[in-house]
Design a protein around this ligand. Structure first.
Ligand SMILES: Nc1ncnc2c1ncn2[C@@H]1O[C@H](COP(=O)(O)OP(=O)(O)O)[C@@H](O)[C@H]1O
Ligand SMILES: [Mg+2]
Length: 367
């Protein structure tokens, strides 16, 4: 069988650019090179698409336009991306290098313009199979307000919340009255805890809302839940879904913020499998995660994050439709625990992407 070409798509314009680069390098290393050729497409901080040769890619923690790589051009409907010679640097040798035909894309760009459906729409227009949810699933799964409304509608528990728009002046007293302290304030569309704060006083609430509005025009204020932070992994297309066991994020103090996720790894312990969770609770969590995945119209993969309360109730915090893929990330580690190696997981995700593309491509396009 001839080799397939995978394009890893990484970087992006969101604050999670570095997280993406880190995940992308791990995926690059794990892809079975006997089965797949790999090309890397880096999206710079300003949004330019660039072909990154392997040696350059491996060194990079951040992609700045103009410094690295070769600009790419997308051809909708032709299932391809080509390299071109930019007008502003006619001396470059760029145009001479052919960009291979892509068979499947692994987009590992987090946050807005990566995980929110925009990129998925672009890849769908290009006609390329890609890992992860389709446009609708990605946008719904990214927007914490829409996610919560759909889950609530399906009878799945979510933390009570108030949604704010930046053109309205919030009534802080009324919010505090309604939700009680502590509260968690977050931009509706972000990840990695960027812009998320815990508020225990009205002054903190105001500061937290101001901060969150720097990242989004829509902000959520949620009731703080006192429960264990449990995560589980869902894998598959809608007709064939699998759920892993459960892991736990154990915090020394505070909450799971950007710092504890990436900068001080000792602040948060990732425990897999989660300890001292009864079989009934594990089954409830897995069942809830599976239902939430289906309700949100997700496909491919998602890490599902829940809170397990002392009385056994399971509240869904959020799906992560393109979860972190660093070597310490929960999603791959949950599958390793279930007996699937990192390379096997990547292979499975690529296969699911191609199967879905084929399934959807078989739909009738004429009347
Ligand atoms: N309602 C809540 N109750 C308790 N803790 C919360 C709540 N919402 C968020 N947190 C804490 O904040 C962290 C980040 O919030 P989350 O909604 O997961 O944002 P992100 O999408 O950036 O990961 C969570 O992992 C958890 O530690
Ligand atoms: Mg989270």
């Amino acid at each position: 069988m001839s080799k397939l070409t995978v394009a890893i798509l990484c970087g992006g314009t969101s604050p999670e650019h570095e997280v993406s680069m880190n995940s992308a390098r791990n995926i690059y290393k794990a892809i079975d090179k006997a089965k797949y050729d790999v090309v890397v497409i880096g999206v710079s901080r300003s949004g330019q698409w660039l072909h990154l040769p392997e040696d350059e890619f491996m060194q990079l923690t951040s992609i700045e336009s103009g410094n690295v790589g070769f600009p790419l051009m997308l051809l909708p409907g032709e299932e391809r991306v080509i390299q071109y010679r930019p007008v502003h640097s006619p001396q470059s040798t760029v145009g001479s290098q052919q960009f291979p035909k892509i068979d499947v894309v692994f987009p590992i760009i987090h946050g807005p313009f990566g995980e929110d459906g925009t990129l998925q729409g672009l890849l769908a227009l290009l006609g390329l199979p890609f890992v992860g949810p389709n446009t609708l699933g990605a946008s719904v799964g990214m927007d914490k307000d829409f996610t919560k409304r759909l889950l609530r509608d399906a009878g799945i528990l979510v933390a009570p919340w108030v949604m704010l728009r930046n053109h309205e002046t919030p009534d802080y007293e009324a919010i505090a009255e309604q939700l009680g302290y502590p509260m968690f304030v977050k931009p509706a569309n972000m990840g990695s805890s960027v812009g998320v704060s815990k508020a225990e006083t009205i002054v903190q609430l105001k500061e937290a809302i101001d901060l969150a509005f720097k990242f989004d025009t829509k902000v959520l204020v949620e009731q703080g839940l006192k429960g264990r932070e449990i995560e589980t992994a869902v894998l598959g297309n809608i007709e064939d879904l699998r759920v892993s066991g459960v892991g736990e994020i154990v915090m020394e103090k505070g909450f799971y913020d950007y710092e504890s996720k990436y900068l001080s790894p000792d602040a948060a312990k990732v425990v897999i499998p989660a300890e001292n969770v009864s079989t009934t609770d594990v089954e409830n969590i897995r069942e809830t995660a599976l239902r939430a995945f289906q309700v949100l119209g997700l496909e491919g993969l998602s890490r599902m994050d829940v809170f397990l309360l002392p009385d056994g109730r399971v509240f869904v915090n959020e799906p992560n439709t393109l979860p972190g893929f660093t070597n310490i990330s929960m999603y791959p580690k949950l599958w390793m625990e279930a007996g699937m190696s990192y390379p096997e997981l990547i292979d499975r995700l690529l296969t699911l992407a191609m199967e879905r593309h084929e399934r959807d491509g078989a739909l009738q396009r004429t009347r």
